[in-house]
Design a protein around this ligand. Structure first.
Ligand code: GLY
Length: 555
């Protein structure tokens, strides 16, 4: 090869190298969250000697102020923890249905679904966030509780609105405008926020101050509980003081599995996500799909077919395990997954009508947000929490300053009829008092040789599971760094509707090859917004999703 050719090739390699974004690399600690103020709050807590759980509590409260689209006091979520010594814990603080909830509460007199599971007071399930954060802090926190709420309180007294927040509020104006307190606080009664304006939330600041003094007891039994229950009663909502007083975080064992020698710790039911990740990995592992290459039509097709099969099972078998016997070992049984894998044709999409959920005869006993944290000792937290839709049910509780969730829509409000995310769900996930709705939130930790390798999770409704899966596959199977793995275009299939959804960024030739295999292609803006950390060569590498406005930072 001539010298000129070599120089040209070198230049080309350099240019294409420059085209890929690099992760943020730090030696000791890192926080990746979807809003920069909240990331900074977490980093400050770690710098001051707090551990990953301290930082998680502070970030979660900060997001409740600076990221109202999903950060919350009025929602719920999951926190997956792994200590540097290998102790693991899964805190389930998912919302649950109030006592007065009933199976058909969202059907009108003709049996048709109303929109009340999505919008307004009746859509709210009993919030779990404050209880969950306090439970995790009591078990693993090291800094005083009140000190972890202090940054959020300060932010609630005013912080500059970013371009992203101004845009998000304007985008959701139709929903927020329906409820006077939301219209007043978040839309300034029609004088929309511009970037650089200050968002001041004194009611929220006072609620946070009470929580700093009184802890979760204040939220579930104190003035906050009394006000929330009174407003519920006055506005046709169902949550009572008793519902609040009875709320409990549930400690569960993380779901464990493996993929190509990596150990996977992930979310158990009532999340459907961990089962999803492990089922799809179980179908993929011995398939050799990766030899076709990242982003190739053949690889996308194979992974999409595993998605289709998993979501068929999700619809039938997954629900709150305290109410429905989830057949976990059957769903994750290697022989079952081998049969599912064998039914995938490399050259042809299987119509969803031909894919049924597995038949197990022996039953066994847009918006969400995620952040990942690793502290200097090596403790890790993956936390995903949510009020479900962007700005939840649209209601800000007068005098309390926080938005409520519309998590009741994650139930099968009418089994067999799609919910907000187009998910078709069955009887197992029908509404019952005190039950937790099935979730897709998938906070996950990956280990290599018994050591921390990756902390990952995402918001994105039903697409969380496939988004998280693809980022892990991009790292393990295709050798991408965490930022490349997150930035690569993603795809999604959820069995019904029978469509393969693609983000932008796939080549026309690839799309044509997928169509030739029989896939019905649909374009979507994103498949989840993934925030992840990977341990590489003695560094912590943090990747924040290019599709969002978050930030990775550390020291
Ligand atoms: N609300 C979204 C989820 O939990 O899946």
């Amino acid at each position: 090869m001539s010298r000129t050719c070599k120089v040209l090739l070198l230049l080309l390699a350099l240019v294409s190298g420059l085209a890929a974004r690099h992760p943020v690399r730090e030696r000791k600690a890192i926080v990746v969250a979807q809003e920069p103020h909240a990331t900074e709050v977490g980093v400050d807590v770690l710098r001051a000697g707090g551990n990953a759980v301290d930082a998680a509590v502070a970030v979660a409260f900060a997001l409740a102020v600076t990221y109202p689209v999903a950060g919350n006091l009025g929602g719920g979520g999951f926190l997956l923890y792994r200590s540097a010594q290998g102790e693991t814990e899964f805190f389930d603080f998912r919302e649950r249905a109030p006592a007065a909830a009933s199976r058909d509460m969202y059907l009108d007199s003709s049996g048709n679904l109303t929109r009340e599971s999505m919008i307004g007071w009746k859509a709210a399930a009993v919030p779990g966030t404050v209880h969950g954060l306090e439970t995790a802090h009591k078990k693993y926190g090291s800094k005083p509780w009140a000190s972890l709420l202090a940054p959020a309180i300060k932010l609630a007294y005013g912080f500059p609105v970013s371009y992203a927040l101004a845009e998000s509020l304007r985008f959701s104006a139709k929903l927020l405008d329906r409820f006077p307190e939301s219209r007043r606080i978040f839309l300034r009664d029609g004088k929309y926020f511009e970037p650089g304006d200050k968002l001041v939330q004194p009611e929220l600041a006072r609620t946070l101050q009470r929580l700093a003094r009184g802890g979760a007891k204040e939220f579930y039994e104190g003035e906050t509980a009394r006000k929330l229950a009174a407003e519920m009663k006055a506005n046709g909502g169902l949550i009572t003081q008793e519902d609040l007083r009875n709320y409990r975080t549930v400690m569960r064992r993380p779901l464990e599995g493996s993929y190509k020698g990596y150990q996977i710790l992930t979310a158990p039911p009532p999340s459907s996500g961990g089962v999803g990740i492990l089922q799809m990995m179980g179908m993929l592992e011995p398939s050799g799909y990766e030899k076709y290459g990242a982003g190739s039509a053949a690889a996308i097709h194979f992974v999409a077919e595993t998605m289709r099969r998993y979501y068929a099972d999700r619809s039938e078998h997954l629900a709150d395990p305290d109410f429905h016997p989830v057949p976990l070992s059957a769903l994750l049984n290697p022989q079952y997954l081998a049969k599912r894998r064998a039914s995938i044709r490399p050259d042809r999409a299987t119509p969803s009508d031909e894919v049924k959920a597995g038949d197990f005869h022996l039953p066994e006993s847009a918006e969400t947000t995620h952040f990942s944290i690793v502290d200097p000792a090596g403790n890790a937290v993956a936390l995903t929490y949510t009020i479900n839709g962007g700005y939840g049910n649209g209601v800000t509780v007068p005098g309390l300053g926080f938005l409520l969730n519309n998590e009741m829509d994650d139930f099968a409000a009418k089994p067999g009829v799609p919910n907000m995310f187009g998910l078709v769900q069955g009887e197992a996930n029908a509404i019952q008092p005190y039950k937790r709705p099935l979730s897709s939130m998938t906070p996950t930790i990956v280990l290599k040789d018994g050591k921390l390798f990756m902390v990952v999770g995402a918001p994105g409704g039903s697409r969380i599971i496939t988004g998280v899966l693809q980022v892990i596959l991009n790292v393990i199977d295709f050798g991408m760094n965490v930022q490349e793995a997150i930035d690569a275009p993603r795809f999604h299939h959820q069995w019904r509707p029978d469509q393969l959804s693609l983000e932008s960024g796939f080549s026309p030739d690839t799309i044509e090859l997928l169509k030739q295999r029989g896939h019905q292609i649909r374009s979507i803006p994103n498949v989840a917004l993934v925030e992840a950390i990977v341990v590489e060569n003695g560094f912590l590498a943090g990747g924040s999703d290019r599709r969002a406005h978050g930030k990775a930072a550390g020291f």
